[in-house]
Design a protein around this ligand. Structure first.
Ligand code: SAM
Length: 262
């Protein structure tokens, strides 16, 4: 049987004593009611910073998990170059679905972006919707954490609160030696696959940023702003993909090109 894996905060780990104590109702409910684990069963706990702890569970009662560490290891992530995806807020469950799939494919950071033609517009004012905004972020983080556990990643991607597209562009443009890409349909844009093929033999970038438009696509002004800030418009082929498909496809192309050979 596969040993179940869970992310826990690094602060819960006492490496000197070889013990882990973590308060989490949701986790202990899952351990007891869903997985039906018993004291003495093996579990793997991850600190989200790249270390995995092979443990024996001691107890999981009253919302508290206790485990003893048998071995700790540093895990090497197979995908080396951090990829930052600017993902638009999307209708229905498409955005959350994309969070899960991007996590599985190794994304390092996701910025939910608000573009002119987004159907979903986040309320960015602090006085309005502060609580519901943080509930949403918690929910999105949980989706990414569970996806990371499921696909056996050692780290959970970073997620920042939704922000205007221009701020995402500015942040990426400040990263040194970053390859910044904007997925632009219906333009004479370079094919992403060809661009990466042509770059073969050149030093790899330190980071890659990928911007994807919402249901209505980017406006001409948004693409121009991105180009001014050093983004390269790229094509993903002749078909017009949904935003979530475009994000996943673009990340998969980049990941297959820059993955460390296994
Ligand atoms: N409403 C737009 C239209 O009909 O032209 C389509 C927008 S598409 C559903 C959403 C986003 O996915 C686009 O803004 C772009 O970032 C990306 N995308 C979809 N297909 C693409 C392609 N073939 N090449 C590059 N980007 C693509």
């Amino acid at each position: 049987m596969t040993v179940p894996r869970f992310f826990i905060p690094a602060a819960a780990i006492d490496s000197k004593k070889g013990t882990i104590v973590h308060e989490d109702e949701r986790l202990t409910r899952q351990i007891n009611n869903v997985l039906r684990l018993k004291a003495g069963d093996r579990i793997c706990l991850l600190d989200g910073l790249g270390s995995i702890y092979h443990c024996r569970m001691e107890s999981a009662g009253k919302g508290q998990l206790k485990a003893s560490i048998e071995q700790s290891l540093k895990i090497e992530e197979p995908f080396q170059i951090p990829v930052h995806v600017g993902l638009p807020l999307l209708k229905g469950d498409r955005f959350e679905w994309a969070l899960e799939k991007l996590t599985e494919l190794g994304v390092a950071k996701i910025s939910p972006i608000i573009v002119t033609r987004s159907v979903v517009q986040a309320d960015l004012s602090s006085e309005n919707g502060g609580r519901s905004k943080s509930n949403k972020l918690d929910r999105w983080l949980t989706i990414m954490k569970e996806a990371a556990e499921q696909c056996e990643r050692a780290t959970i991607p970073r997620l920042v609160p939704p922000r205007r597209f221009g701020l995402f562009l500015q942040e990426c443009s400040l990263v040194k030696n970053s390859l910044n890409l904007i997925c632009a349909e219906r333009r004479q844009a370079t094919s992403l696959v060809k661009k990466l093929d042509n770059d073969e033999g050149l030093p790899s970038p330190q980071e890659i940023a990928i911007a994807v438009g919402a249901e209505g696509g980017f406006t001409g002004g948004e693409v121009e702003e991105a180009i001014t800030l050093n983004f390269l418009p790229v094509s993903l082929g002749q078909r017009i993909l949904r935003s979530e498909t475009a994000a996943i496809y673009a990340l998969a192309i980049v990941a297959s090109k820059y993955s460390a050979s296994e």
